[in-house]
Design a protein around this ligand. Structure first.
Ligand code: CDT
Length: 337
């Protein structure tokens, strides 16, 4: 067996004026709960550190920049450093989503994988599938989704990586963090990160699992009342929330099963500024598609479970054995070739 105790750290409402350092204290509180439960890996949401600002049309660059982390190394960002220090002190690996402003001024919707045992960032991912629009709605009262305005599409692709030491009883320890085939299913776990809307795109899961990924991890900010943004029919708020939760669960369970990997999802949720609703539903899903654990609230909540990566072998070696059963000669249209 290859067991790991993992958790999604769901984060409830974060208002527009919330201070990052206060939000980070909430994240640390969740980390301490994780430590008490002997959790080894904690996944935080997308853009965890602030309110989900792409819902607002922000015209001042100075104002906009307050929602971003600047520079190359998030672990040294003064407001956020205490979280990484705590993760290191407790030897817990964390995935943290945040808005990244690079030194050359580009904005990305980013997440990092930080290893508690080494105190280093092992991998960085930048969101590929940016939803929403570049231009705001004409109606000033409308709730926007301006990710395409504030962020560039991620330019790192989907790079799977190893997390050394996470599986305590791994048969063979890897010597690098690169995902390689020689120890697949035996050594340190092979991981991948997605961010929110990416979870709805099977191509992203497939590129990771072609590299042997065993756990996909992602945070999300998913509006409960945003069917207009999808061009969908207008619905009563309760119906729209149910539909949003249904689709969120559906894509996570179906993609976990079809790609024979576990998945951990963490919501930023609740009612920001008392009026912008985001769904909860943070969960841990097994490689056969079953939900192991799921949030019961729309607030700060740790959703933890022990998982056994050996379970992935059923899908990876039988039902969805890529080497034996894929028919790549028929898939050219998917990549536009
Ligand atoms: N943050 C994010 O990617 N949210 C999207 C909703 C977009 S509304 C058009 C999601 O897929 O949940």
């Amino acid at each position: 067996s290859r067991k790991i105790k993992v958790a999604a750290a769901q984060v409830g409402a974060v208002d527009l004026g919330a201070l990052k350092k206060d939000t980070v204290q909430r994240l640390i509180k969740l980390l301490h709960q994780a430590a008490e439960q002997k959790v080894q890996l904690v996944v935080y949401p997308e853009c965890t550190l602030t309110t989900f600002f792409p819902r607002h049309f922000i015209q001042s660059q100075e104002e906009l920049d307050k929602y971003f982390e600047h520079g190359e190394d998030i672990t040294q960002s003064p407001d956020v450093k205490p979280l990484f220090d705590e993760a290191k002190a407790h030897d817990i690996d964390i995935v943290l989503g945040y808005a990244e402003r690079t030194p050359d001024g580009m904005g990305y919707n980013t997440s990092v994988y930080f290893s508690g045992s080494t105190g280093k960032v092992l991998s960085k991912y930048r969101k590929v599938h940016l939803p929403g629009r570049v231009e705001p709605f004409e109606d000033p009262a409308a709730t926007n989704q301006l990710e395409k305005r504030y962020f560039k599409p991620g330019n790192y692709g989907f790079q799977a990586f190893r997390a050394p030491g996470l599986v305590k009883d791994a048969v063979k320890k890897s010597t690098t963090t690169k995902a390689d085939e020689s120890t697949e299913g035996k050594g340190d776990p092979i991981l991948g990160m997605l961010i929110c809307n990416d979870r709805r795109w099977p191509e992203a899961w497939r590129v990771y699992t072609l590299q042997g990924a065993e756990i996909l991890m992602f945070g999300y900010n998913t509006g409960g009342h945003m069917s207009h943004l999808w061009g969908g029919k207008s619905m009563a708020p309760e119906e729209a929330e149910k539909e949003a939760l249904f689709h969120s669960r559906l894509v996570q369970q179906a993609n976990s099963y079809m790609h024979a990997c576990f998945s951990i999802s963490a919501a930023r949720c609740g009612l920001d500024d008392g009026k912008y609703h985001l769904i909860g539903g943070s969960s841990i899903v097994r490689s056969e598609g079953h939900v192991v654990a799921e949030a019961g609230t729309d607030g700060d909540e740790l959703v933890a479970a022990e998982i056994d990566l050996a379970e992935c072998r059923q899908g990876k070696e039988r039902t969805f054995n890529y080497g034996k059963h894929r028919r790549v000669e028929t898939y050219g249209l998917i990549t536009g070739q």
